[in-house]
Ligand binder design. Structure first.
Ligand code: PLP
Length: 424
């Protein structure tokens, strides 16, 4: 099926007499008839639902849809995009391990890896996403477990050379994890270019309406963990917390997602609420239509901004002037995303002045919403970063992140025009 059809038809497939619309399984727990039946679930001898902290049918039907959209073999939902990236890494990297991460990842991911996971004994080397293969290769160590980067970085809008990153990761026997939040599976499938695991903040375009925070992890099934048992002991050697089950032996291509579900979700509990999964599913139904409009609106707004006398610079991978135009054409020929960044000739002060004058575009933390919204990362999402880290992350102090919605483009441009007119 084409993606437009998957978005509508996949996941929940009702049988005779069942509801047409995905039901919300609003239940913490699930009933069994014998004690033995329940015991088998706890031994991973049989699959089935028993407690919503680990798994819930509503979530799984939605995860199945996202899995198909990405072309993976297994997927799971998490309570947030943060939890998705945390689980994706922690599932294969414990204390004493090392991760390589692109410097331009979202500020929350940057903190997670360089501050919080550091406290857990995980070391992170930050690399320039534009570095050559040879430069990237220098970052690998004996204990490196994975490489993490974003298809389109938030908010630097750096387009990842996925093939280059996949090759250098695979040459060092580790998987590439790609956060595909901004591109969405509608515009890019990182697995087609060699990525092994994909993560999402479903809070963004997938939900699309700023209603529910959530995340997802999808496994391509392509990385052969069992070739490197000493590098990935958690997957390849017995798990004492399940009477010695070995995930790769028992679950084959489902090993990675099964471990993250039955071990990490059991112990850390970052499950997505079934109610949120239901809302996410509604969002997914219109994702292809919305992405098309987000991209065409964003390109028109970016071109308009580029020709405005008060605008110093515009960064949008869809623009021919963008350094990332060629990579965007290669990996995302249908369009990139609805997010633009730009700076004003008046600098940082003019940026906040202009933002205050916008009427249609709202100042919110959120991004990738049906409604146009705006943010100044250096003062908001990235304010915990030093100036040096801001530069590394591709976030200039005057950078305005403008998330173009799906309103009529003339109204979005008119709003920007009146705000820019009022700025000195
Ligand atoms: N990944 C990317 C690319 C993001 O933009 C964000 C949030 O903005 C996250 C992950 C974190 O997701 P969440 O806010 O759903 O925890």
């Amino acid at each position: 099926m084409k993606k437009e059809t998957i978005c509508i038809q996949s996941g929940w497939k009702p049988k005779k007499g069942e509801p047409r619309v995905l039901p919300i399984y609003q239940s913490t727990t699930f009933k069994y008839e014998t004690s033995e039946q329940m015991g088998k679930l706890f031994d991973l001898e049989e699959s089935g639902y028993f407690y919503t902290r680990l798994q819930n049918p509503t979530n799984d039907f939605v995860a199945q849809k996202i899995c198909e959209l990405e072309g993976g073999v297994a997927a799971m939902l998490t309570s947030s995009g943060q939890a998705a990236n945390y689980y994706a890494v922690f599932n294969i990297c414990e204390a004493g391990g090392h991760v390589i991460m692109s410097s331009t990842v979202y500020g929350g991911t940057f903190n997670l890896l360089t501050v919080t996971m550091k406290k857990m004994g995980i070391e992170c080397t930050v690399v320039d996403p534009d570095a050559s293969y040879e430069e990237l290769a220098k970052a690998f160590k004996e204990n490196t477990k994975c490489v993490l980067a974003e298809t389109i970085a938030n908010p630097a809008l750096v387009v990842l050379d996925i093939e280059k990153f996949a090759k250098v990761a695979h040459d060092h026997n580790v998987p590439l994890i790609v956060d595909n939040t901004f591109a969405t599976p509608i515009n890019c499938n990182p697995f087609e270019w060699g990525a092994d695991i994909v993560t999402h903040s479903t809070t963004k375009y997938m939900d699309g309406h700023a209603m529910s925070v959530g995340g997802a992890i999808v496994d391509s099934g392509n990385f052969d963990w069992s070739k490197y048992p000493d590098k990935f002991p958690g997957l390849c050697y017995p798990d004492d917390s399940y009477h010695g089950v070995t995930y790769t032996e028992k679950f084959g291509k489902g090993a990675y997602i099964t471990k993250a579900t039955v071990q990490l979700m059991r112990d850390l509990g970052s499950i997505q609420a079934p109610q949120n999964a239901f809302l996410l599913n509604v969002g997914l139904e219109t994702l292809p239509l919305r992405m098309e409009r987000h991209c065409s609106n964003a390109l028109a707004v970016a071109k308009w901004l580029e020709s405005h006398e008060k605008v110093a610079w515009v960064n949008y991978p869809g623009l021919e002037s963008s350094k990332y135009h060629d990579l965007a054409q290669k990996y995302m020929p249908k369009g990139t995303c609805g997010v633009i960044s730009f700076g004003l000739k008046g600098g940082r002060e003019a940026a906040s002045d202009m933002m205050d004058k916008l009427k249609l575009a709202a100042i919110v933390t959120h991004v990738a919403d049906a409604r146009t919204c705006v943010l100044h990362p250096a003062s908001h999402t990235h304010r915990q970063m030093t100036d040096e880290q801001l530069v590394e992350a591709g976030v200039a102090p005057d950078l305005i992140r403008f998330s173009v919605g799906i309103e009529h483009v003339d109204d979005i441009i008119a709003d920007l025009a009146q705000a820019l007119e009022a700025v000195k």
